[in-house]
Write a protein that binds this ligand. Structure first.
Ligand code: BG6
Length: 430
């Protein structure tokens, strides 16, 4: 792969869960694979008071927790590139300190003033940080590029999303903005497009004539971790459904694009979203389920209920589980229900899209237990990435008993290469 230009990555919200769990481990992994620029630096910032050394210590533990094989030399070489400044994001004057620090780092890593600003903060701070970056003139440079990466959820509702967009455009041009949905960087999410559009056998039956319904599930075993303040204002619908899972639904439901160009792919996905049937207030009761996890014991460990988690209101009504039935009103999907569900603290961890095909119109054979005369295509996003086709087969022996069996392909059989993590791919693209 091509080496990117030297640059500095500035992470706003560097003491948070996302930085620890995903961003810094992903940057380290890129470093390990020699996919980062020749020279680079990471500048973390948040309101917590840390020295560079303390920040490096925290990130060392984070990397060790998430990446199994790394040598001490690799890790210490990487940690040397990490820097930290504490900042009250609402204080516009404080950004001059960031600008000063960046000047120093420019010299050590010949960055040509190429900066990537990554907003891993609470969404309520996006507009403030962006406006203050503008006031400190960090949004433009005569020599290098300036890019801004924004995590979902993008706003609280349509009005607030529009407002954020407006505020960003006051400071950054569209081509500088990277709105991130890390699900789209997952190997197997990207493979949905390849499965659908590089195989002639699926397209003719990928419609309401052959498909009975589509199910998209993301079940997580983890709870909300240390993200009570964020999660209680967000909930499963905004955190997972309207972002990751709707995008997945769009990939499953979109028309074939005319080319693999990003605009062409995006346009087809937008058409799907535009065709979603509105769920009226009176239909909510029969189309949507919301729930919260309660305290329990999992594998001998006692687990707090959602309302007992730190940062969560004791009478919170925020959902940690959501399931929705909806329709896509177009010729391909007319009348086919789509079911999306997502939740935390569920018994198994699995993300998958299941295409349920219609049953045969008339059934000749006896079905043994477990069989249901229905073909399914299961696109397993994680874990054990792969694809399973469920088909009926004759059970060996006398008679004509039919059993449902799996034809499965495990993604890991395709190559020895470890599947890149979504954040690695997205950070590399930025
Ligand atoms: C994030 C959500 O976007 O995605 C988290 O905010 C969720 O709540 C996470 O746990 C799931 O992503 P992954 O890649 O860990 O399956």
């Amino acid at each position: 792969m091509k080496k990117p230009q030297n640059c500095i990555i500035v992470i706003f919200g560097a003491s948070g869960d996302l930085t620890k769990r995903k961003l810094v481990p992903a940057i380290f992994d890129l470093y390990k694979q020699d996919m980062l620029p020749e020279k680079f630096a990471v500048l973390g910032t948040s309101s917590s008071k840390f020295t560079d050394e303390e920040f490096r210590g925290n990130m060392k533990r984070a990397v060790e927790k998430s990446i199994i094989d790394c040598t001490g030399d690799q890790l210490s070489g990487f940690l040397d590139k990490l820097n930290y400044i504490s900042l009250d994001f609402t204080n516009a004057e404080g950004y001059s300190e960031i600008a000063e620090k960046l000047k120093v780092l420019d010299n050590t890593c010949d960055s040509n003033c190429n900066y990537i600003f990554y907003l891993a903060t609470l969404p309520s701070l996006f507009e403030t940080v962006i406006a203050n970056l503008g006031k400190a003139s960090l949004n433009k440079s005569k020599t290098g590029y300036r890019r801004i990466v924004i995590e979902k959820p993008f706003g609280y509702d349509l009005d607030s999303a529009r407002l954020i967009n407006k505020s960003i455009h006051k400071v950054f041009k569209e081509e500088q903005i990277y709105r991130i949905d890390h699900y789209l960087g997952k190997e197997t999410v990207q493979n949905v497009l390849v499965t659908r559009f590089s195989n002639g056998i699926f397209e003719p039956i990928w419609n309401r004539n052959y498909i009975h319904h589509v199910e998209i599930t993301s079940a997580e075993q983890i709870g909300i971790e240390n993200r009570g303040v964020y999660y209680d204002k967000t909930g499963a619908l905004r955190d997972m459904v309207q972002s990751h899972l709707l995008r997945l639904a769009a990939l499953v439901a979109m028309e074939p694009p005319s080319s693999f160009d990003s605009d062409a792919v995006r346009n087809e996905q937008i058409k799907v979203l535009q065709s979603l049937r509105h769920i009226s207030e009176s239909e909510v009761e029969t189309s949507v389920i919301r729930g919260q996890y309660l305290s329990s014991t999992i594998k001998g460990e006692s687990i707090k209920g959602y309302r007992e988690e730190e940062g969560v209101a004791p009478d919170s009504k925020t959902e940690t589980y959501a399931a929705i039935k909806f329709y896509i009103d177009n010729w391909r999907w007319g009348g086919v229900p789509f079911y999306i569900r997502s939740g935390k603290r569920l018994p198994t961890r699995v993300t998958e899209a299941v295409i349920h095909f219609k049953k045969t119109p008339h059934y000749l054979f006896k079905q043994t237990s477990g069989g249901n005369n229905e073909n399914q295509l299961i696109i397993r996003i994680q874990p054990d990435e792969g694809i399973i086709l469920k088909i009926g087969m004759k059970e060996p022996g006398s008679g004509f008993n039919v059993k449902s069996v799996n034809m499965d392909f495990h993604y890991k059989d395709l190559s020895d290469i470890r599947l890149p993590e979504a954040y690695e791919r997205l950070l590399y693209d930025c």
